[in-house]
Design a protein. Structure first.
Length: 263
């Protein structure tokens, strides 16, 4: 190991601003969400699925340049006013995702995580707290995500997925296969606005669903209480034993309990 024998000459990066080399033949406009191209490491106007690295401080016009001919300066940490589709006063603390450099939503499906709602301003307009190095996507452990509206019958290929229920009628059921079929370790999340969604999880006739403070009875549905449902109330479904499944209930974003009952 070699140690310094003279003073080092190194550049500090101070504050919450960074610089990234820009892709060829493109413009990143001021305050655009900036993403990183996975295959090259260059910055660009964010495309859904990119790693979000901040908001452009100033316009960077590399429309006539080769890749890395210019660098874009980005703000990596702070609070920013954004138009977020569907955001309501009850959504403070919810994660926000970008599907391009200027389109933001509350759905974790198909977008890039940006930050958390810090303050409600008006319908569809919120202040978002972001910190690209320290604030993490609450669903980072669930990279395979799908949206659901209505009914679904799960199978073994759903293991390891997170399902986001955008809308469901009170009679719509999400049906579990027989415990012997081995479909397990998936997450079911209510993503609708407060009090809008009753999630119904239905076991096979010979199976039960076990959960904290709820009696395990064969062929009885697990019901998310619609009147008190919050965005991100969820049930994680795991294998229990030969009698049925085990469900962990709560709210993955807020770290709080969610209210479920049995049929």
């Amino acid at each position: 190991m070699t140690t310094l024998a003279a003073d080092a000459n190194r550049d500090y990066e101070l504050g919450d601003v960074g610089e990234y080399a820009v892709i060829a033949s493109d413009i990143i406009y001021a305050l655009a969400a900036v993403g990183i191209v996975a295959s090259s490491g260059h910055a660009r106007p964010l495309v859904a699925g990119d790693r979000f690295v901040g908001f452009a401080e100033l316009r960077c016009d590399n429309s006539l340049g080769a890749a890395a001919a210019k660098n874009v300066r980005v703000v990596q940490k702070g609070k920013i006013k954004l138009d977020v589709t569907g955001a309501l006063i009850t959504d403070v603390g919810c994660p926000v995702y970008a599907t391009d450099d200027d389109t933001f939503s509350l759905s974790p499906v198909g977008g890039s995580f940006v930050g958390l709602i810090d303050r409600f301003i008006s319908s569809g307009v919120v202040s978002v707290k972001f910190d690209t190095n320290n604030i993490l996507d609450p669903y980072a452990a669930w990279p395979i995500r799908e949206e659901l509206a209505g009914t679904k019958t799960f199978d073994a290929q759903d293991c390891g997925k997170a399902f986001f229920v955008t809308a469901a009628g009170d009679a719509d059921a999400l049906t579990l296969p027989a415990i012997a079929d081995g479909a397990h370790d998936f997450l079911i999340v209510a993503i609708g606005a407060y009090g809008s969604t009753q999630v119904v999880i239905s076991p096979a006739a010979a199976d039960s669903i076990r959960a904290a403070d709820l009696t395990a009875v064969d062929d009885k549905d697990l019901l998310l209480t619609k009147a008190t449902q919050r965005r991100h109330d969820c049930a994680r479904i795991a294998l229990g034993d030969a009698d049925g499944y085990s469900a962990t209930l709560g709210n993955i974003v807020h770290g709080s309990a969610s209210i479920w009952t049995k049929e």
